[in-house]
Write a protein that binds this ligand. Sequence first.
Ligand SMILES: Nc1ncnc2c1ncn2[C@@H]1O[C@H](COP(=O)(O)OP(=O)(O)O)[C@@H](O)[C@H]1O
Ligand SMILES: Nc1ccn([C@@H]2O[C@H](COP(=O)(O)OP(=O)(O)O)[C@@H](O)[C@H]2O)c(=O)n1
Length: 212
Amino acid sequence: MIIAIDGPAASGKGTIARRLAAHYRLPHLDTGLLYRAVGAKALAHHVNFEDPAALAALAGVLDPAALDPEALKSGAIGEAASRVAAVPQVRAKLLTLQQDFARQPGGAVLDGRDIGTVIAPDAEVKLFVTATPEARAARRHHELLGRGEEVALEAVLADILKRDERDSGRASAPLARAADAEILDNTGLDVEQSWQAALALVERRRRPGGPS
Ligand SMILES: Nc1ncnc2c1ncn2[C@@H]1O[C@H](COP(=O)(O)OP(=O)(O)O)[C@@H](O)[C@H]1O
Ligand SMILES: Nc1ccn([C@@H]2O[C@H](COP(=O)(O)OP(=O)(O)O)[C@@H](O)[C@H]2O)c(=O)n1
């Protein structure tokens, strides 16, 4: 079973994806980390963000097994990720490894922006996880403070809105709900309630017509 989870920044899709992977004993790929890793390398090596070939070269030598999620979760790297993710040549370099991950025997859980639309359009289960920008900003703010990043809530909200616009407005694989994705708006739901709602949706999709 392939489970495709998409949604905007800090909607809680990663939390749901990790729990679904544990629940169904499936491997999980946080595809945002791939773009974050390219963004982080571009920042570290002062690569020109307007140079698609140089950015694509960084994506081409990425080792997904060597990614350190903790090192990639800063706000600055999220912003850089969103910029490199708008470059079609970068997306092309990262396509095959994501598709291969999705198609491994037994299935997988992937979360990102284009899983249900581009990476695994044939996924059995698709969720589009979302919440208001204000709710998402509050979550990300709390997360960043917990990591020791001193940042104002207003700045986090501004960053989320900018990222939403860039991710949804880009020409190449924009953030979009697949027509056959279930929408989970978890504004006002805590982590546990959001997880229960997600699990119920997945179970319903796995067993159409079966007991709910
Ligand atoms: N329903 C929720 N209510 C409150 N906080 C949440 C909820 N879901 C996730 N979080 C928290 O919000 C932050 C972002 O969640 P995450 O799953 O990483 O989102 P995404 O993968 O969409 O960016 C994390 O700190 C997470 O613990
Ligand atoms: N499948 C994906 C995953 C992430 N991304 C990009 O990578 C950036 C970082 O993704 P992420 O999932 O780690 O970000 P958060 O939602 O955790 O803030 C996003 O803003 C997108 O621009 C993408 O374009 N396609």
